[in-house]
Design a protein around this ligand. Structure first.
Ligand code: IPM
Ligand code: MN
Length: 352
Protein backbone atom coordinates (compact mmCIF):
# COMPACT_ATOMS: atom_id res chain seq x y z
CA UNK A 1 0.00 0.00 0.00
CA UNK A 2 1.18 3.53 -0.76
CA UNK A 3 2.40 5.01 2.49
CA UNK A 4 3.71 8.53 3.09
CA UNK A 5 5.26 10.23 6.01
CA UNK A 6 4.43 13.89 6.21
CA UNK A 7 6.32 16.46 8.25
CA UNK A 8 3.87 19.07 9.47
CA UNK A 9 5.03 22.54 10.47
CA UNK A 10 1.95 24.44 11.70
CA UNK A 11 4.14 27.47 12.52
CA UNK A 12 2.89 30.87 13.61
CA UNK A 13 -0.31 32.86 13.74
CA UNK A 14 -3.15 31.30 11.78
CA UNK A 15 -0.81 28.55 10.51
CA UNK A 16 -2.02 25.92 13.01
CA UNK A 17 -5.71 26.69 12.29
CA UNK A 18 -5.40 26.27 8.54
CA UNK A 19 -3.15 23.22 8.86
CA UNK A 20 -5.81 21.53 11.02
CA UNK A 21 -8.29 21.85 8.19
CA UNK A 22 -5.79 20.59 5.61
CA UNK A 23 -5.12 17.53 7.81
CA UNK A 24 -8.85 16.96 8.22
CA UNK A 25 -9.19 16.76 4.44
CA UNK A 26 -6.04 14.62 4.13
CA UNK A 27 -7.49 12.07 6.49
CA UNK A 28 -10.64 11.75 4.39
CA UNK A 29 -8.86 11.56 1.02
CA UNK A 30 -6.44 8.93 2.25
CA UNK A 31 -9.35 6.62 3.10
CA UNK A 32 -11.16 7.41 -0.10
CA UNK A 33 -8.17 6.96 -2.41
CA UNK A 34 -6.54 4.11 -0.53
CA UNK A 35 -3.20 5.37 0.74
CA UNK A 36 -1.72 5.50 4.20
CA UNK A 37 0.22 8.26 5.85
CA UNK A 38 1.82 9.23 9.12
CA UNK A 39 2.56 12.73 10.31
CA UNK A 40 5.22 14.19 12.55
CA UNK A 41 4.66 17.67 13.91
CA UNK A 42 7.56 20.11 14.11
CA UNK A 43 7.57 23.01 16.51
CA UNK A 44 9.15 25.77 14.44
CA UNK A 45 8.31 29.44 14.48
CA UNK A 46 8.19 32.60 16.53
CA UNK A 47 7.09 31.13 19.85
CA UNK A 48 9.95 28.64 19.96
CA UNK A 49 12.38 31.35 18.90
CA UNK A 50 11.19 33.67 21.67
CA UNK A 51 11.53 30.86 24.23
CA UNK A 52 14.80 29.27 23.16
CA UNK A 53 16.47 31.57 20.62
CA UNK A 54 16.39 28.70 18.12
CA UNK A 55 15.13 28.98 14.57
CA UNK A 56 15.72 25.87 12.42
CA UNK A 57 18.45 23.70 13.93
CA UNK A 58 20.59 21.04 12.27
CA UNK A 59 18.76 18.46 14.39
CA UNK A 60 15.40 19.69 13.04
CA UNK A 61 16.73 19.39 9.51
CA UNK A 62 17.93 15.83 10.05
CA UNK A 63 14.53 14.83 11.42
CA UNK A 64 12.74 16.54 8.53
CA UNK A 65 14.80 14.70 5.94
CA UNK A 66 13.29 11.28 6.65
CA UNK A 67 9.84 12.42 5.50
CA UNK A 68 8.22 12.21 2.07
CA UNK A 69 6.94 15.80 2.06
CA UNK A 70 6.56 18.86 4.28
CA UNK A 71 3.32 20.76 4.88
CA UNK A 72 3.88 24.25 6.29
CA UNK A 73 1.29 26.62 7.76
CA UNK A 74 2.95 30.01 8.15
CA UNK A 75 6.08 31.60 9.55
CA UNK A 76 6.06 35.15 10.96
CA UNK A 77 5.53 36.55 14.46
CA UNK A 78 4.59 40.11 15.46
CA UNK A 79 7.13 40.13 18.34
CA UNK A 80 10.08 38.98 16.27
CA UNK A 81 12.05 41.46 14.18
CA UNK A 82 11.43 40.97 10.42
CA UNK A 83 14.06 38.82 8.76
CA UNK A 84 14.95 36.50 11.64
CA UNK A 85 12.28 33.85 11.14
CA UNK A 86 12.10 34.35 7.38
CA UNK A 87 15.82 33.79 6.94
CA UNK A 88 16.28 31.43 9.89
CA UNK A 89 13.39 29.11 9.08
CA UNK A 90 11.62 29.55 5.73
CA UNK A 91 14.58 30.45 3.54
CA UNK A 92 16.84 28.06 5.43
CA UNK A 93 14.42 25.22 4.71
CA UNK A 94 14.27 26.12 1.02
CA UNK A 95 18.05 26.43 0.72
CA UNK A 96 19.13 23.48 2.87
CA UNK A 97 16.69 21.14 1.14
CA UNK A 98 17.66 22.61 -2.25
CA UNK A 99 14.04 23.30 -3.14
CA UNK A 100 15.08 25.20 -6.20
CA UNK A 101 11.62 25.61 -7.70
CA UNK A 102 8.82 27.71 -6.27
CA UNK A 103 5.68 26.60 -8.07
CA UNK A 104 2.71 28.95 -7.96
CA UNK A 105 -0.45 28.09 -9.87
CA UNK A 106 -2.59 31.15 -10.53
CA UNK A 107 -6.09 29.95 -11.24
CA UNK A 108 -9.33 31.83 -10.81
CA UNK A 109 -12.17 29.63 -9.60
CA UNK A 110 -15.03 32.11 -9.71
CA UNK A 111 -15.33 35.24 -11.87
CA UNK A 112 -16.97 37.49 -9.27
CA UNK A 113 -14.11 36.86 -6.79
CA UNK A 114 -11.70 38.44 -9.28
CA UNK A 115 -10.88 42.14 -8.84
CA UNK A 116 -10.42 42.50 -12.62
CA UNK A 117 -13.43 43.55 -14.63
CA UNK A 118 -14.77 40.98 -17.12
CA UNK A 119 -12.16 38.28 -16.41
CA UNK A 120 -13.37 34.71 -16.03
CA UNK A 121 -11.80 31.40 -14.98
CA UNK A 122 -10.91 30.79 -18.66
CA UNK A 123 -8.80 33.95 -18.67
CA UNK A 124 -6.85 33.38 -15.47
CA UNK A 125 -5.19 30.00 -15.47
CA UNK A 126 -1.41 30.04 -15.56
CA UNK A 127 1.55 28.87 -13.50
CA UNK A 128 4.54 30.85 -12.30
CA UNK A 129 7.79 28.96 -11.84
CA UNK A 130 10.03 31.03 -9.60
CA UNK A 131 13.70 30.15 -9.16
CA UNK A 132 13.92 29.51 -5.42
CA UNK A 133 17.59 29.13 -4.51
CA UNK A 134 19.59 32.01 -5.96
CA UNK A 135 19.34 35.59 -7.17
CA UNK A 136 18.96 38.38 -4.63
CA UNK A 137 17.82 35.81 -2.06
CA UNK A 138 21.33 34.42 -1.88
CA UNK A 139 21.96 37.31 0.51
CA UNK A 140 25.24 38.48 -1.01
CA UNK A 141 26.32 42.03 -0.36
CA UNK A 142 27.88 44.36 2.14
CA UNK A 143 27.80 47.77 3.72
CA UNK A 144 30.61 50.17 2.97
CA UNK A 145 31.23 53.16 5.23
CA UNK A 146 28.27 52.16 7.35
CA UNK A 147 26.50 54.98 9.22
CA UNK A 148 28.40 57.70 7.40
CA UNK A 149 27.09 60.06 4.74
CA UNK A 150 29.13 58.06 2.20
CA UNK A 151 27.43 54.79 3.10
CA UNK A 152 26.93 52.27 0.30
CA UNK A 153 24.81 49.11 0.61
CA UNK A 154 25.44 46.43 -2.00
CA UNK A 155 22.86 43.70 -2.57
CA UNK A 156 23.99 41.31 -5.24
CA UNK A 157 21.92 39.04 -7.44
CA UNK A 158 23.84 35.80 -7.74
CA UNK A 159 22.90 33.71 -10.79
CA UNK A 160 24.79 30.58 -11.79
CA UNK A 161 24.55 28.88 -15.16
CA UNK A 162 23.75 25.59 -13.44
CA UNK A 163 21.14 27.18 -11.19
CA UNK A 164 19.45 28.99 -14.04
CA UNK A 165 19.60 25.96 -16.30
CA UNK A 166 18.00 23.53 -13.84
CA UNK A 167 15.17 25.97 -13.21
CA UNK A 168 14.56 26.58 -16.91
CA UNK A 169 14.70 22.87 -17.67
CA UNK A 170 12.09 22.21 -15.01
CA UNK A 171 9.95 24.98 -16.56
CA UNK A 172 10.17 23.55 -20.09
CA UNK A 173 9.29 20.08 -18.82
CA UNK A 174 6.50 21.37 -16.61
CA UNK A 175 5.07 23.24 -19.59
CA UNK A 176 5.12 20.03 -21.65
CA UNK A 177 3.47 18.01 -18.87
CA UNK A 178 0.80 20.65 -18.29
CA UNK A 179 0.06 20.37 -22.00
CA UNK A 180 -2.26 23.37 -22.18
CA UNK A 181 -0.95 25.99 -24.63
CA UNK A 182 2.65 24.75 -24.35
CA UNK A 183 3.79 28.33 -24.12
CA UNK A 184 6.65 29.31 -21.82
CA UNK A 185 7.28 32.99 -21.07
CA UNK A 186 10.59 34.11 -19.63
CA UNK A 187 9.92 37.09 -17.36
CA UNK A 188 13.03 39.22 -16.83
CA UNK A 189 14.62 42.60 -17.31
CA UNK A 190 17.06 42.22 -20.21
CA UNK A 191 16.93 45.95 -20.97
CA UNK A 192 18.55 47.01 -17.68
CA UNK A 193 19.95 44.05 -15.70
CA UNK A 194 22.27 43.08 -18.50
CA UNK A 195 24.41 40.53 -16.66
CA UNK A 196 21.82 38.40 -14.93
CA UNK A 197 19.24 38.50 -17.69
CA UNK A 198 21.77 37.96 -20.43
CA UNK A 199 22.64 34.67 -18.75
CA UNK A 200 18.98 33.78 -18.31
CA UNK A 201 18.13 34.64 -21.90
CA UNK A 202 21.09 32.79 -23.43
CA UNK A 203 20.30 29.71 -21.38
CA UNK A 204 16.59 29.95 -22.24
CA UNK A 205 17.33 30.17 -25.97
CA UNK A 206 19.78 27.28 -25.84
CA UNK A 207 17.34 25.04 -23.98
CA UNK A 208 14.43 25.98 -26.24
CA UNK A 209 16.10 24.00 -29.03
CA UNK A 210 15.71 20.86 -26.93
CA UNK A 211 11.97 21.44 -26.51
CA UNK A 212 10.74 22.32 -30.02
CA UNK A 213 7.11 21.64 -29.08
CA UNK A 214 7.18 24.47 -26.52
CA UNK A 215 6.52 27.98 -27.86
CA UNK A 216 8.75 30.51 -26.14
CA UNK A 217 8.09 34.13 -25.34
CA UNK A 218 9.78 36.87 -23.34
CA UNK A 219 8.29 39.69 -21.24
CA UNK A 220 9.98 42.31 -19.09
CA UNK A 221 8.89 42.07 -15.47
CA UNK A 222 7.28 45.51 -15.41
CA UNK A 223 5.24 44.70 -18.51
CA UNK A 224 4.35 41.34 -16.98
CA UNK A 225 2.60 43.06 -14.07
CA UNK A 226 0.69 45.17 -16.56
CA UNK A 227 -0.42 42.12 -18.52
CA UNK A 228 -1.45 40.23 -15.39
CA UNK A 229 -4.08 42.94 -15.05
CA UNK A 230 -4.86 43.64 -18.70
CA UNK A 231 -4.42 40.32 -20.50
CA UNK A 232 -3.82 37.48 -18.03
CA UNK A 233 -5.14 35.08 -20.69
CA UNK A 234 -1.85 35.51 -22.57
CA UNK A 235 0.01 33.39 -20.05
CA UNK A 236 0.40 29.64 -19.75
CA UNK A 237 3.66 29.02 -17.87
CA UNK A 238 5.97 31.83 -16.75
CA UNK A 239 9.52 31.29 -15.53
CA UNK A 240 11.44 33.96 -13.65
CA UNK A 241 14.07 34.61 -10.98
CA UNK A 242 13.62 34.59 -7.24
CA UNK A 243 12.94 38.28 -6.63
CA UNK A 244 10.71 38.92 -9.63
CA UNK A 245 8.88 35.69 -8.86
CA UNK A 246 8.24 36.81 -5.30
CA UNK A 247 6.69 40.05 -6.52
CA UNK A 248 4.60 38.82 -9.43
CA UNK A 249 3.16 35.90 -7.50
CA UNK A 250 1.57 38.22 -4.93
CA UNK A 251 -0.12 40.00 -7.81
CA UNK A 252 -1.02 36.57 -9.18
CA UNK A 253 -2.65 35.68 -5.85
CA UNK A 254 -4.78 38.82 -6.00
CA UNK A 255 -6.13 38.17 -9.49
CA UNK A 256 -6.99 34.58 -8.58
CA UNK A 257 -9.12 35.82 -5.70
CA UNK A 258 -6.68 36.65 -2.90
CA UNK A 259 -4.44 35.09 -0.29
CA UNK A 260 -7.33 32.98 0.95
CA UNK A 261 -6.93 30.63 -1.99
CA UNK A 262 -3.26 30.97 -3.06
CA UNK A 263 -1.01 27.96 -2.56
CA UNK A 264 2.56 27.21 -3.51
CA UNK A 265 5.12 24.46 -3.57
CA UNK A 266 8.83 24.65 -2.82
CA UNK A 267 10.03 21.80 -4.96
CA UNK A 268 13.18 19.76 -5.03
CA UNK A 269 12.37 17.55 -8.03
CA UNK A 270 14.87 14.95 -6.82
CA UNK A 271 14.27 15.32 -3.10
CA UNK A 272 12.06 16.64 -0.32
CA UNK A 273 9.48 19.28 -1.24
CA UNK A 274 7.45 21.63 0.95
CA UNK A 275 3.97 23.01 0.38
CA UNK A 276 2.45 26.13 1.90
CA UNK A 277 -0.44 28.55 1.70
CA UNK A 278 1.29 31.78 0.70
CA UNK A 279 -0.77 34.17 2.80
CA UNK A 280 1.47 34.34 5.85
CA UNK A 281 0.64 34.18 9.55
CA UNK A 282 -2.10 36.88 9.61
CA UNK A 283 -1.65 37.80 13.32
CA UNK A 284 -4.78 39.93 13.46
CA UNK A 285 -6.99 36.94 12.61
CA UNK A 286 -5.19 34.42 14.83
CA UNK A 287 -7.38 32.23 17.01
CA UNK A 288 -10.64 33.71 15.75
CA UNK A 289 -11.63 30.87 13.42
CA UNK A 290 -12.20 33.28 10.57
CA UNK A 291 -9.18 32.62 8.35
CA UNK A 292 -9.78 30.90 5.02
CA UNK A 293 -8.21 27.41 5.10
CA UNK A 294 -8.65 26.81 1.36
CA UNK A 295 -5.10 27.93 0.50
CA UNK A 296 -3.72 25.37 2.98
CA UNK A 297 -6.09 22.72 1.67
CA UNK A 298 -4.97 23.49 -1.89
CA UNK A 299 -1.31 23.35 -0.78
CA UNK A 300 -1.99 19.92 0.69
CA UNK A 301 -3.56 18.96 -2.66
CA UNK A 302 -0.41 20.10 -4.46
CA UNK A 303 1.58 17.96 -2.04
CA UNK A 304 -0.47 14.90 -2.94
CA UNK A 305 -0.10 15.63 -6.65
CA UNK A 306 3.65 15.83 -6.13
CA UNK A 307 3.65 12.52 -4.25
CA UNK A 308 1.91 10.89 -7.22
CA UNK A 309 -1.65 10.97 -5.86
CA UNK A 310 -3.05 12.83 -8.85
CA UNK A 311 -6.57 11.47 -8.44
CA UNK A 312 -6.80 12.56 -4.82
CA UNK A 313 -5.40 15.98 -5.74
CA UNK A 314 -7.99 16.31 -8.50
CA UNK A 315 -10.80 15.42 -6.13
CA UNK A 316 -9.66 18.08 -3.67
CA UNK A 317 -9.51 20.72 -6.37
CA UNK A 318 -12.95 19.75 -7.67
CA UNK A 319 -14.39 20.00 -4.15
CA UNK A 320 -12.78 23.41 -3.64
CA UNK A 321 -14.07 24.74 -6.97
CA UNK A 322 -17.54 23.54 -6.15
CA UNK A 323 -17.52 25.03 -2.65
CA UNK A 324 -16.17 28.37 -3.87
CA UNK A 325 -18.89 28.59 -6.51
CA UNK A 326 -21.84 27.20 -4.59
CA UNK A 327 -21.37 28.26 -0.98
CA UNK A 328 -18.86 30.98 -0.21
CA UNK A 329 -19.70 34.66 -0.04
CA UNK A 330 -16.07 35.69 -0.31
CA UNK A 331 -12.57 34.22 -0.05
CA UNK A 332 -11.48 36.84 2.47
CA UNK A 333 -11.02 36.18 6.17
CA UNK A 334 -14.16 36.88 8.14
CA UNK A 335 -16.33 37.41 5.05
CA UNK A 336 -16.71 33.88 3.80
CA UNK A 337 -20.05 33.19 5.42
CA UNK A 338 -18.51 30.22 7.30
CA UNK A 339 -15.86 29.62 9.94
CA UNK A 340 -12.44 28.13 9.24
CA UNK A 341 -13.48 24.70 10.51
CA UNK A 342 -16.84 24.72 8.73
CA UNK A 343 -15.01 25.20 5.45
CA UNK A 344 -12.66 22.30 6.26
CA UNK A 345 -15.71 20.16 7.12
CA UNK A 346 -17.41 21.00 3.86
CA UNK A 347 -14.37 20.15 1.71
CA UNK A 348 -13.86 16.92 3.68
CA UNK A 349 -17.52 15.94 3.24
CA UNK A 350 -17.44 16.70 -0.49
CA UNK A 351 -14.30 14.62 -1.01
CA UNK A 352 -15.65 11.70 1.00
C1 IPM B 1 7.08 34.10 -0.15
C2 IPM B 1 7.36 35.00 1.02
C3 IPM B 1 8.80 34.82 1.45
C4 IPM B 1 9.69 35.18 0.27
C5 IPM B 1 9.21 35.62 2.69
C6 IPM B 1 8.29 35.37 3.85
C7 IPM B 1 10.65 35.37 3.08
O1 IPM B 1 7.09 36.32 0.71
O2 IPM B 1 7.12 32.88 0.00
O3 IPM B 1 6.82 34.61 -1.26
O4 IPM B 1 10.05 36.36 0.09
O5 IPM B 1 10.04 34.28 -0.48
MN1 MN C 1 6.35 36.63 -1.24
Amino acid sequence: MRDYSIAVIPGDGTGPEVINEALKVLSVVSTKFGFKYRTEQFNLGGDRYLETGETLTDADLERLKVHSAILLGAIGHPNVKPGILEKGILLKLRFSLDQYINLRPVKLYRADFCPLKDKTPEDIDFVVIRENSEGLYKGLGEFQNKDTPEEVALQISHNTRAGVERCLRYAFEYCQRRNKHKKLTLCGKTNVLTFAWDLWQRTFEALAKEYPDVTTDYAHVDATTMWFVKNPEWFDVIVTDNMFGDIITDLGAMIQGGMGIAAGGNINPQGLSMFEPIGGSAPKYTGKGVINPLAAICAMGMMLENLGEAEAAGAIEAAVINLVNEKLQSLEAGKMGFSTSEIGDMVAAAVA
